[in-house]
Design a binder for this molecule. Structure first.
Ligand SMILES: Nc1nc2c(ncn2[C@@H]2O[C@H](COP(=O)(O)OP(=O)(O)OP(=O)(O)O)[C@@H](O)[C@H]2O)c(=O)[nH]1
Ligand SMILES: [Mg+2]
Length: 221
């Protein structure tokens, strides 16, 4: 059963730039603004203060890197579809997400988060289609499961699977950051994704190596 021992914030960018962080496998979180991306990171790491969350959408405005167990990065991206944001801001965020997904060489998997209560939006469907088209591996995570009853869950998941053209309802991982539900499954999956990157060999960066690489490639604001 997976558990994260160590997690820390590394850096954030307004614009993805290759080679800005020491190379390690990356798992990115995407989804509508307010869906619970940052909350999920906090639940997974058991640190409620690691990623900033907010009741109002549009909290995460940069690409945030979190180093997990010195082995991989969880990358928190700004949410899309935040209707109240000015058009220019929305465009900027769109470009940020797009630029990151297209250019990150170590991107291993994308977690697409959807609120279990709602049918996926046009943006959600577009995101999934885009990932399929570019053959980026992804998994769908349904958030806020505490907001619906167990009986409702199955039907809602079937709708989500249908909209996103996911064959198996059980492929959707159900989580609740509020009730700390689903963390084991997500962590096990992340471990599996990283094993694939390292192809069996256990590799970790030492603190010294990490600090040195960070110095060599100063992050730009
Ligand atoms: N009930 C419940 N509320 C949740 C859950 N996950 C997140 N929330 C709430 O939803 C709101 C948004 O959460 P965030 O984690 O900031 O969402 P986000 O996807 O990072 O949003 P952006 O940064 O704007 O893209 C906050 O008020 C959270 O407390 C959950 O599993 N259950
Ligand atoms: Mg956020």
């Amino acid at each position: 059963m997976g558990k994260i021992k160590q997690a820390s914030f590394v850096t954030s960018f307004a614009q993805y730039k290759e080679g800005s962080v020491p190379p390690l496998p990356e798992i990115a979180l995407v989804g509508r603004s307010n869906v619970g991306k940052s909350s999920l990171i906090n639940m997974l790491t058991g640190n409620s203060k690691l990623a900033r969350i907010s009741a109002s959408p549009g909290k995460t405005r940069l690409i945030n890197y979190f180093l997990i167990d010195k082995k991989y990065y969880l990358v928190d991206l700004p949410g899309y579809g935040f209707a109240k944001a000015p058009k220019s801001e929305q465009q900027k965020w769109g470009q940020m997400i797009d630029g990151y997904l297209k250019r990150s060489a170590n991107l291993m998997d994308v977690f697409v988060l959807v609120d279990i209560r709602h049918r996926p939006s046009a943006d959600d469907r577009m995101m999934v289609e885009w990932l399929r088209a570019f053959e980026v591996p992804f998994h769908v995570i349904a958030t806020k499961a505490d907001k619906v009853s167990r009986a409702q869950q199955q039907r809602l998941l079937m709708d989500i699977a249908f909209d996103l053209k996911i064959d198996m309802v059980r492929d959707i991982i159900v989580t609740s950051s509020e009730k700390k539900q689903g963390a084991d499954r997500v962590i096990d999956l992340m471990e599996e994704i990283c094993r694939y990157y390292y192809e069996g060999e256990e590799e970790e960066v030492t603190e010294e190596e990490f600090a040195r690489d960070m110095l060599e490639e100063p992050a730009e604001e």
